[in-house]
Design a protein around this ligand. Structure first.
Ligand code: FAD
Ligand code: DLZ
Ligand code: SF4
Length: 507
């Protein structure tokens, strides 16, 4: 008899550890533990989502004939860690060993590697590319550009392919996907589920134990099992997918989800299979219910970006999260935890994060991420913030996005240039600037948009590193052509603004 570990983000009946196990003799171990719930101060909605989905998954396994040893957080015998629970259960059941699927964080991989019980680790094959396939693709390449990896994944899956040719003749329709914010959004947003008895029990537990964490717990409307997640997906494919491509990068004061799928949390926890999700989107295209730019864009995010960042995380190893190529060391400002700020775009992204444990890609990349990069925030605490506050965040997917894509802290493994922009980009893609205390058109002075000031401050202080980057030459030429006095004023105003930030003012 062996134990079969199922972690909170491994809630898939097709999990390799379950496939390998014997339903008649082996025992599934699942555990709500403080070690996982508190290693960063996770958003209460994220904890509630994971615990509720774990409890329902355990019930589904039992219905399916499995014996499940489930530890709730308030169980008096709870040892507080995954390894502690495995050791306790192994001793109680006299287990010969433990079978588990590779976790998505080095922290837990290393802890399980040290288990004083015979254990067998299996690959997590809920992904399209294995580690070996990604490493083979990466080997010998100077630049690991996602686009080429993505094409291989299209060929491998056959998604949107006509033989060996991409559907419509082009691999990538991103050029059609950068429209500014629409006036009206004709999609009602994600399907919302009323908490049932299991979810209510978990909500009470989370309110009592994690009520002081950043983030509001109620209203809680996430799907918490595969059937609900599939319902949500079908609802989005019908109403949201057609507009997804066009307005993927847009942001609105009064619409938090626009046409986004809000499926990351369900796929990452194992409730939805990534390939099934992509096939459903491809079917909508074939049925004439969604345009190619939307469907290709969506599929690219999942079989391209999602697989690619996972490959990078495992290829780069455990020290990836502590990289800091630009030497940024500013403390994470209180505004990330809901402290006051006059910057409307940041306030909106953080408020939505607090309420929903969700922000869409451009809010994460071009608002909170862009600001942190321009202001020189230490990427370590920033990475922990992103890991804590989003319901879809696990280190394998969060860290490459934050450390690599957003902060350039990996020195350009993922991004060929830093994702920085002045206020102009946010102005173009959103309605945030119209109701902001700052003026996006001001480049200097007391009301100047801080993104405008800090943009030049960033380029100036990192000149030695970036001036030679062919994709950044234009930026430096514009800066160098600026009147010397004006350059001085910009840097002076930026420095003063940063001093006020450091002093804890509500800037
Ligand atoms: P949609 O916009 O509808 O996209 C569909 C799906 O594509 C997503 O659900 C996701 O599975 C996948 N996807 C899209 N972009 C990426 C990407 N860059 N990397 C991996 N998968 C992607 N995604 C996470 O799943 N977890 C994270 O912790 C996370 N942290 C991020 C941090 C930063 C700084 C940035 C810039 C991006 C991060 N992303 C993360 C990627 C992306 O922002 C989210 O996947 C997306 O916002 C989730 O919302 P959605 O399901 O509505 O996605
Ligand atoms: C994120 C999370 C949380 C909050 N709690 C638990 C838990 O109590 N038990 C569990 O098995 N998993 C939890 N998880 C998910 C794990 O942290 C996740 O499996 C690892 O981070 C690896 O991706
Ligand atoms: Fe953000 Fe600047 Fe626009 Fe204000 S003016 S919302 S700070 S980009």
């Amino acid at each position: 008899m062996r134990l079969v570990l199922v972690l909170g983000d491994q809630l898939s009946l097709s999990l390799s550890a379950l496939r390998k196990a014997d339903k008649d003799s082996d025992i599934v171990v699942m555990a709500e533990v403080m070690g996982e719930a508190a290693y960063v101060p996770h958003h209460p909605k994220k904890i509630a989502f994971i615990f509720a989905a774990m409890r329902k998954f355990a019930a589904a396994l039992r219905d399916d004939g499995w014996q499940v040893a489930y530890t709730t957080l308030d169980d008096p015998d709870n040892t507080g860690s995954i390894t502690g629970e495995l050791i306790r259960r192994a001793s109680a059941f006299g287990a010969a060993g433990v079978v588990y699927t590779e976790p998505g964080e080095w922290r837990l991989i290393n802890a399980l590697g040290d288990l004083p019980v015979k254990s067998h680790r299996l690959a997590d094959d809920r992904f399209i590319a294995s580690h070996a396939e990604f490493d083979d693709w990466a080997a010998g390449r100077k630049q690991l550009r996602m686009e080429y990896f993505y094409r291989d994944m299209r060929r491998k899956t056959g998604l949107l392919m006509n033989g060996d040719k991409p559907e419509g003749g082009k691999w990538n329709y991103d050029h059609d996907n950068r429209k500014p914010a629409p006036v009206g959004v004709d999609y009602a947003g994600p399907l919302q589920f009323t908490p049932d008895a299991v979810v209510e029990q978990v909500l009470a537990l989370v309110a009592a134990r994690f009520g002081d964490n950043f983030g509001t717990l109620r209203p809680f409307w996430f799907a918490t099992d595969t059937a609900q997640a599939r319902q949500h997906l079908a609802h989005w494919i019908k109403g949201g997918l057609p507009g997804f491509g066009d307005f993927q990068d847009a942001m609105l004061n009064d619409n938090r989800f626009l046409y986004h799928a809000v499926v990351g949390l369900y796929i990452n926890a194992g409730l939805l299979d990534p390939l099934d999700v992509c096939r459903a989107a491809a079917q909508a295209y074939r049925d004439g219910d969604a345009p190619l730019n939307a469907v290709e864009g969506f599929i690219r995010q999942i079989i391209g970006w999602r697989e690619y960042v996972r490959g990078i995380y495992f290829r780069e190893g455990p020290d990836y999260v502590s990289r800091n190529a630009l030497g940024h060391d500013r403390a994470l400002p209180a505004m990330y935890w809901g402290g006051a700020t006059r910057m409307n775009c940041v306030a909106k992204a953080v408020a939505q994060t607090r309420d929903e444990a969700y922000a869409h890609h451009i809010q994460r990349l071009m608002v909170t991420g862009n600001f942190a990069l321009l202001a020189g925030i230490d990427p370590g605490p920033l990475h922990e913030w992103y890991l804590a506050v989003y319901a879809d965040a696990y280190e394998w997917v969060e860290a490459p996005n934050v450390i690599g894509m957003s902060q350039f802290a990996d020195d350009g493994i993922i991004a060929s240039k830093p994702y920085i922009s002045s206020g102009n980009y946010i102005h173009k893609m959103s309605d945030h600037c119209g109701t902001c205390a700052y003026r996006v058109q001001d480049k200097t002075g007391p009301d100047a948009c801080p993104f405008n000031l800090l943009y030049w401050h960033f380029l100036d202080r990192h000149r030695a590193r970036f001036a030679g980057n062919p994709r950044m030459g234009n930026m430096y030429r514009v800066w160098d052509k600026m009147d010397a006095g004006k350059r001085q004023t910009v840097l002076h105003d930026a420095g003063q603004w940063l001093d006020r930030l450091d002093a804890g003012e509500a800037v």
